[in-house]
Design a binder for this molecule. Structure first.
Ligand code: SAM
Length: 280
């Protein structure tokens, strides 16, 4: 059956192009175009933006983005079996969809995009966190993107928005919340996907702030947070021993107790500690 965009239904696309899902590529497809349009809408006004989409697969979310008025979509897909299906979408939206057959971890997407840029993706599970960390740690801030709207396993989504004191609070929460507003905007049950994964999923929307919430050097903050959460049960004076020889003094001058544990320290405290470590 033809859809509103004149293209075939996604189930037919999958059958025609024999796109049996490969687990090794994290392939769990969204076949409901109402749902993909709803996800696209979570990204905000797309009309004036270039969109970077990682892993378009058979193109459900890609079609959602284009139907919702994206100025241009750059889609990076590793699986060459998806290219003919994506070429049909390009033909239906002339000049608006560019597909690159590549590994998203290997490609410099920025070279193909014009600001303002939004990133929207139903990410493959195996590379989702790695891509998020790269987007959150660019060489300069503000980054090239204005927002990230990303589907993750629910457990990863919870780590992104976690608050101090919770079991999921850690490096991902600090990295995400230091320079972004981060919210879970949708939750999806396994049945929303074909094939259904074992776990629930959630869409996280991150908006880049013009500058960090609290001053700190990105490299120092990252080192402190990595060391602190690497041994999250230990007191800071021992988990951060390798970060600075006089760590107890630095903790005290940042207003932290050397006996505190990383999971109790709010973002502001980690930033104060990074500044104290960089102080002469
Ligand atoms: N966007 C489609 C949807 O929502 O139905 C497919 C999402 S599926 C969870 C993830 C997609 O990412 C698959 O199409 C897979 O082939 C692709 N993929 C996996 N690893 C990739 C990588 N390293 N670079 C680019 N695409 C990748």
């Amino acid at each position: 059956m033809a859809q509103l965009d004149g293209l075939p239904a996604l189930r037919d696309v999958i059958e025609t192009h024999d796109l049996r899902a490969k687990k090794s590529l994290g392939q769990n497809f969204l076949l409901d175009l109402n749902l993909t349009a709803k996800i696209a809408r979570q990204a905000g006004d797309l009309t004036g933006s270039d969109i970077l989409e990682v892993g378009p697969g058979p193109g459900g979310l890609t079609r959602g983005l284009l139907a919702e008025g994206a100025r241009r979509v750059l889609a990076i897909e590793k699986d060459s079996r998806c290219l003919p299906a994506l070429a049909e979408i390009s033909a239906a939206y002339p000049g608006q969809l560019e597909v690159i057959n590549a590994d998203a971890l290997q490609i410099d997407a920025l070279a193909h995009l014009t600001p303002p840029i939004r990133v929207v993706a139903n990410l493959p599970y195996n590379v989702g966190t790695e891509l998020l960390v790269r987007w959150l740690t660019p060489p300069e801030w503000p980054p090239y993107w204005t927002s990230l709207t990303l589907m993750f396993q629910k457990e990863v989504a919870q780590r992104i928005i976690a608050q101090p004191g919770s079991k999921t609070y850690g490096r991902l929460a600090i990295l995400s919340q230091w320079r972004c507003d981060a919210n879970i905007v949708m939750s999806l049950p396994p049945e929303a996907f074909t094939p259904p994964p074992k776990i629930h999923s959630a869409v996280v929307h991150l908006t880049a702030l013009p500058e960090a919430r609290f001053p700190a050097k990105a490299e120092t903050l990252s080192r402190v947070v990595a060391a602190g959460f690497n041994q999250r049960r230990k007191m800071l004076r021992s988990s951060l021993k390798g970060v600075a020889p006089d760590i107890e003094d630095r903790l005290l001058s940042a207003g932290l107790k050397p006996t505190d544990r990383a999971e109790q320290i709010p973002l502001e405290g980690f930033c104060a500690l990074a500044r104290a470590i960089d102080a002469p």
